[in-house]
Design a protein around this ligand. Structure first.
Ligand code: SF4
Ligand code: SF4
Length: 469
């Protein structure tokens, strides 16, 4: 989108957006409510499990397990996490090529929390004009009361946001009691304090400054746009005609009068600028600071309704659509990111569904590589590490294949018995009688775990080697 000028917004001390009603405002409010309900209530949602905490979502640091409803992730599932990140990035790029920065405008934590902080501010201090007046007036009882109450409520929301995040990392009920009775771990207090401070500063004090000057995503997102990307756009041809914008003076009230005078439909009311949380004028073209929240569309639609004119002077529209050219929703870039999302999504589902229920690490003891016993037989030693990732105990018989007449010794144990969701280390020795030994060889062997009890049905084979003199 080379022809569209990109402008960096100068730092402004205060952006005091005006409230607005409309479809995009409603969508943002619904997303805010859903996000808050999910975030604040999820740690309190009970969940029944055979083994593990009865909390639907908990990142249990003590047992190194992450419980997401019926899904239990172990540190060994790091690959799934990596695929999830790739999927999220590809999907985000896919959405950006279709509809610009809608993630920023509707779903980003910074936007959602800033929206909530602004709502509190508006409820206490009033709408834009009243707030601007309050900011300019000298400190008196009214100003102290309003600013104090706003700050107190902001701090309360920031604290509860920080504490809720901490509650995800342990059993919420117990941690909450411990937290307020001074019994919680130091990390819980530190985590809550850091998040309270950062939430207060980012959503309450910095607000749009984060999006404009700190978030790196805004810097490269516009590189993903093309002529078909639906972005928030001002229809300059309709808005300005041949002679530009004009207030609806007596002689310019109707569209017919305005067409005759060569002016467009923009009545230069500035409502779209006043509602913008980033303080920009969309009529100046696409700007890096625009988070595609759609509030200027709502504002302009309200004005068009009052004038009795059609919506769409400001709208989600592509460069091609504005130029009345053919618009294709799926350009090369969109198809590419879409395919990448699909592939990453398929890998993610595959890796979660097929994640190993049992991990087995075998280390051949190197020092010594082998031992010649008094009867001439050869012995190799191995260190086994098992991890049973199921929620049921499991028992296996351990044997070895590929080594004629070899015997497996697991000390005092009869079988490998694994507790549910637990690991086990076992020292294993494999012996072969002197007559059967193939000299001077590194023989490939296979350890076979035959299930006796538990969720496992098929034998599990792991390759290793047997070293002889
Ligand atoms: S210009 Fe419009 S879409 Fe962009 S940030 Fe401002 S109000 Fe939101
Ligand atoms: S709200 Fe619409 S009519 Fe008013 S200034 Fe913005 S674009 Fe023009």
């Amino acid at each position: 989108m080379n022809e569209v000028p990109l402008k960096f917004v100068e730092y402004q001390k205060i952006i005091e957006p005006r409230s607005v009603k409309g479809q995009f405002r409603n969508i943002k409010t619904i997303i805010l409510i859903l996000a808050f309900v999910t975030y604040f209530l999820l740690p309190w949602l009970p969940w029944s499990r055979d083994i593990g905490p009865n909390q639907a979502v908990i990142f249990d640091l003590s047992s190194h397990k992450y419980y997401l409803f019926n899904l239990v992730l172990h540190p060994q599932d790091i690959l799934s996490l990596a695929i999830l990140m790739v999927f999220a990035a590809a999907f985000l790029f896919f959405i950006t090529t279709i509809a610009g920065r809608v993630f920023c405008g509707f779903f980003c934590f910074q936007t959602i929390w800033t929206d909530a902080f602004r709502l509190i501010e508006r409820l206490i201090q009033g709408d834009r004009v009243t707030r601007l007046r309050l900011k300019k007036q000298k400190w008196n009882f009214e100003k102290v009361r309003k600013v104090g109450l706003t700050t107190a409520l902001w701090l309360a929301l920031a604290f509860w946001s920080g504490l809720t995040f901490t509650l995800y990392w342990s059993e919420a009920g117990q941690l909450l009691v411990d937290f307020f009775t001074g019994q919680a771990p130091l990390a819980a207090y530190m985590c809550t304090a850091i998040l309270t401070t950062t939430t207060f500063l980012a959503a309450g004090m910095a607000k749009d400054v984060i999006c404009m000057h700190i978030c790196p995503y805004s810097r490269f997102q516009s590189a993903m746009f093309d002529e078909n990307t639906a972005i928030v756009s001002y229809d300059k041809v309709r808005g300005e005609g041949e002679n530009g914008r004009a207030k609806p003076l007596k002689t310019l009230k109707t569209q017919e009068d305005r067409t005759k005078a060569g002016v467009g439909d923009c009545i230069d009311c500035n409502y779209c600028v006043q509602v913008c949380p980033m303080g920009i004028d969309i009529r100046d073209g696409l700007q890096v600071a625009c988070i595609h929240c759609g509030l200027c569309i709502d504002a302009c639609d309200n004005i068009m309704d009052k004038q009795g004119w059609a919506h769409g002077l400001v709208s989600f529209s592509s460069e091609n659509a504005l130029a009345k050219k053919k618009t294709s929703r799926f350009g090369i870039r969109t198809i590419g990111y879409g395919l990448a999302s699909l592939i990453a999504g398929a890998f993610l589902v595959f890796s979660v569904v097929n994640s190993a229920k049992l991990t087995v690490d075998i280390a051949h003891v190197r020092s010594p590589l082998y031992v010649v016993l008094s009867d001439g037989s050869i012995q190799n030693s191995y260190k086994f590490k098992f991890y049973n990732m199921t929620s049921k105990p499991a028992t296996f018989d351990l044997s070895v294949e590929g080594l004629p007449n070899a015997k497996v010794d697991i000390g005092k144990l009869k079988h490998i018995e694994l507790k549910a969701s637990r690991g086990l280390r076992v020292s294993v020795r494999v012996r072969q009688a002197s007559a059967d030994v193939k000299r001077n060889a590194n023989q490939p062997i296979r350890f076979k775990l035959t299930p006796i009890k538990g969720e496992f049905e098929e034998a599990i084979i792991h390759p290793s080697q047997f070293i002889t003199p």
